[in-house]
Design a protein around this ligand. Structure first.
Ligand SMILES: Cc1cc2nc3c(=O)[nH]c(=O)nc-3n(C[C@H](O)[C@H](O)[C@H](O)COP(=O)(O)OP(=O)(O)OC[C@H]3O[C@@H](n4cnc5c(N)ncnc54)[C@H](O)[C@@H]3O)c2cc1C
Length: 496
């Protein structure tokens, strides 16, 4: 599948026939699966192939969930065909100018005299885009010149003006298409709106919230597979006078992999339980899970490749594809930096809301003092900041705080488990948290930089003098290099 850059049709049919492509479409009361069961299936799929899990995740969390939760009776009539996998769904939010920060979104939907909408814009990197029969599209809605806010629309792929563009040849997830989609004055009926006019971010947030938890489950499957492969190899591999697994360094590495599995497993189960009982997981927790799960997977797959030496680098042994596939987990559904900055800002500026949501999720009367203490330290540091450059510094501190807090939040779910005799996971997690605190402390005590030194400008000038600008302009066009990465930006693109 990976080499051919396509899923085999029989596999897609099989996933549909078994209900896996439509896990999120059926109510539990009608025989559907619990959220926790769905997360376990995602985990198992990822242990087989991360691409497969991502494909199933897009259809369910990003495609079906918004339709099920926000769709009208008329829109929900699509659910049975989506549940059976006869029609696939995609979610089109990202644009060339709006990725990690969706405020740059330029797609427009203008209300027509008959109540319908005229949709125009370009989306890109859309998973399952050209395979999907139905696309959830986000666009800024207008009534004449009046802005109505970001709005979600359910757009059938076969409408006139929906132009499925070229595939992006990505590093990983190769078996699953990601492509450009142009919406060239697509006429939509009034009932194409999904949710409320102006309520597009509610729809997107709901989908991405489940998407982030799903990434936690995908990461868990990949981490477990890494542990299995690493133990298998190091137990069998003789190096010098003994087995690789008996080396102290290797044992530390395996312990770290096992601790990451355990920490993330507890967090994923906590999300599954919460979704199955009161239906909510705090946004900060889902982001913390996504951050730690995706970073852990990248770290661990890389480590597994290293442990396997040349066999890790050999495509035949599976780890190479896992490495390529795992990399995107840190980027999509919000890059780590964006999410950590958001979590930190929530804790700093909506502290009560942040704490109340987490307390109820963790069933704790209050957040632990270590968690509230670090928030307090950052707040104090922000209060002392000089006015000049303050917002840049706040953003930087928010990222750091979000990173530390993510570990605190996941560590809280460990309290629910039966501790192993050595309490190894707790000890390992506490050590990471202590290291993060030291780093945060250093940052808080560092003098606020007045402005950044332009050292990289000087170096880049030197590099360009020594190496030139790169291949000729035409060569970049042939390779399809993104306009923002060419030596000269074509006039049509402009800089945001
Ligand atoms: C394989 C794949 C599948 C995808 N599928 C879909 C899909 O189905 N639907 C969809 O809508 N989109 C999809 N995407 C798009 C994805 O969501 C975006 O790539 C992602 O949101 C990042 O946006 P961007 O690529 O424009 O990066 P940019 O917005 O240019 O960000 C670049 C980098 O800047 C850094 N950064 C961002 N904010 C900050 C900050 N505040 N401080 C410091 N650093 C920061 C981060 O490291 C980030 O990675 C997919 C992407 C990939 C690669």
């Amino acid at each position: 599948m990976d080499e051919r850059r396509a899923l085999s049709p029989d596999l897609v049919l099989d996933l549909g026939n078994k209900g896996i492509l439509g896990m999120a479409a059926i109510d539990r009361a009608d025989g559907g699966l619990t959220f926790d069961q769905q997360l376990k299936i995602e985990e198992q799929l990822a242990a087989i192939d991360i691409t497969l899990a991502a494909f199933v995740g897009v259809n369910n969390a990003l495609g079906i969930v918004p339709i099920r939760k926000f769709g009208t009776e008329w829109q929900r009539r699509h659910l049975p065909e989506l549940a059976a996998g006869r029609v696939l769904a995609a979610f089109a939010f990202t644009e060339p100018g709006a990725g990690s920060d969706p405020r740059g979104m330029e797609s427009r939907a203008v209300r027509q005299a008959d109540g319908g909408w005229l949709l125009s814009g370009t989306k890109w990197l859309i998973g399952t885009g050209k395979w999907a029969g139905l696309i959830v599209v986000l666009a800024n809605a207008f009534d004449g010149n009046k802005a109505l806010g970001a709005t979600a629309f359910l757009v059938p792929n076969d409408l006139e003006g929906v132009v499925q563009g070229e595939e992006t040849l990505t590093l990983g997830l190769r078996a699953m298409v990601q492509n450009h989609i142009d919406f060239e004055n697509v006429l939509l009926p009034s009932d194409a709106v999904l949710g409320a006019v102006g309520g597009g971010f509610d729809v997107a947030n709901e989908a991405m919230q489940l998407g982030r938890i799903g990434i936690g489950a995908i990461a868990l499957g990949a981490l477990k597979r890494c542990l299995q492969i690493a133990v298998r190899y190091t137990e069998r591999r003789q190096i010098g006078d003994g087995r690789l697994i008996d080396r102290a360094l290797v044992q530390e590495q395996l312990l770290e992999n096992a601790c990451r599995v355990s920490l993330i497993e507890h967090a994923v189960r906590a999300c599954g339980t919460a979704l199955d009982t009161d239906g909510t997981v705090p946004v900060a927790f889902s982001m913390a899970l996504k951050i730690i799960a995706s970073e852990s997977t990248w770290n661990t797959v890389d480590r597994t490749m290293q442990l396997l030496g040349g066999r890790g680098y050999d495509e035949a042994n599976g780890v190479a594809q896992m490495l390529r596939d795992a990399r995107v987990l840190r980027i999509f559904e919000g890059p780590t930096e964006t999410l950590a900055t958001y979590v930190g800002a929530l804790a700093l500026f909506k502290t009560r809301h942040f704490a109340a949501d987490l307390q109820s999720f963790l069933s704790e009367p209050e957040l632990p003092t270590a968690t509230t203490g670090i928030i307090h330290l950052f707040k104090e540091a922000i209060a002392r900041l000089p006015a000049s450059g303050k917002s840049r510094r706040i953003e930087r501190l928010s990222f750091e705080l979000g990173d530390v807090l993510s570990w605190h939040l996941l560590a809280e779910t460990l309290k629910r488990r039966v501790p192993d005799p050595l309490d190894a996971v707790r000890v390992w997690t506490d050590r990471i948290i202590r290291e993060k605190h030291v780093r945060a402390d250093r940052l808080l005590k560092a003098p606020v930089p007045e402005h950044h030194s332009p050292i990289w400008h000087l170096l880049v000038q030197e590099i360009e003098t020594d190496f030139g600008l790169g291949p000729a302009f035409k060569a970049y066009e042939r390779q399809g290099t993104d306009a923002l990465l060419r030596p000269v930006i074509p006039p049509a693109v402009g800089l945001r």
